[in-house]
Ligand binder design. Structure first.
Ligand code: URA
Length: 283
């Protein structure tokens, strides 16, 4: 049978698109549309709507639902010694190697099919969570100073850590390129000689955590980023990556100040929605 003009244009039924994106069964998605909880390109959707999943901006209860199946969102645990570039002209291991795409890629793991770009950087000596995506809009928002999302680090520093250190860092200190301040600070573990501290801040200047802690007399010997906005490193092993869940991608859009029509729509109607987690979670 010949396909209709809208199918030829890449359009599909909205409930099918939402179901494929993992929002729920087709039936549940029909109910969401009928209840007026779905916005498409700034307008409330209606049952029977057909849209192009590659280009439509879709929100359910104010949460961005990415339906373009060519979009890739990854969390990577960058080990110490790996540079935060796809490839390095000095031949050091880079991010492409960890994705199975570089000259130093470990054998035996299938390469990630598709190109992604890292969202911001970590120092070569810093370990932990790095996000990668081919979604230029989200990457831009996550790195733009206007939207900078909070990032949390665990640092190993010389002890003892005085009780007032958190207050000093939260009030703000003066670095050579301007003031810097922590959103939160706590000591996780301490012996007289060594301490593990957790620090959260929402800016991305170069070496910022190392410089702040050095400034207050506690130079960092090990630094691990454990969270970026709503995304946690969790138990991801060094050198491994995973796909973000649909919920994490929606939460990243929200954390990065999504103000599009449809974003942040009343959540009152959320009760009873049948949500399922993204099943694309590859290790
Ligand atoms: N702050 C640092 O000092 N280094 C990083 O890699 C990230 C934040």
């Amino acid at each position: 049978m010949d396909s209709s003009p809208s199918e030829q244009a890449g359009e599909q039924r909205l409930q099918k698109i939402l179901a494929v994106a993992g929002v729920g069964s087709r039936r549940a998605c029909e109910e969401l549309i009928a209840a007026g909880r779905v916005m498409v390109n700034g307008r409330r959707a209606r049952l029977g709507d057909r849209v192009d999943p590659r280009t439509a901006e879709i929100y359910v209860d104010g949460e961005r639902i990415v339906t373009d199946t060519t979009k890739i969102y990854l969390a990577l645990n960058k080990p110490r010694g790996v540079v935060s570039t796809m490839s390095d002209d000095r031949g050091r291991p880079g991010l492409a190697d960890l994705l199975g795409q570089g000259p130093n890629a470990a054998p035996g793991r299938p390469p990630l099919p598709g190109r992604v770009y890292h969202v911001g950087r970590l120092d070569a000596d810093t370990e932990g969570l790095l996000l990668l995506t081919n979604d230029g809009e989200l990457a831009h928002r996550l790195t733009h100073p206007k939207y900078e999302v909070p990032k949390t680090y665990v640092a190993e520093v010389p002890g003892p850590v005085p009780r007032h250190l958190g207050r000093v860092l939260k009030q703000g200190i003066e670095l050579e390129d301007g003031p810097a301040k922590a959103d939160s600070f706590r000591v996780i573990d301490a012996t007289p000689r060594k301490a593990l501290v957790e620090i959260t801040l929402h800016e991305g200047r170069k070496h910022i955590v190392r410089r702040m802690l050095e400034h207050v007399g506690h130079p960092v010997s090990r630094l691990i980023r454990i969270q970026v906005g709503p995304v946690r490193l969790g138990d991801l092993k060094p050198g491994r990556w995973r796909h973000l869940t649909r919920t994490e991608v929606s939460a990243l859009y929200a954390a990065a100040g999504d103000r599009s029509p449809g974003a942040g729509l009343s959540r009152g109607a959320q009760r009873g929605s049948r949500r399922v987690e993204d099943r694309r979670n590859v290790g």
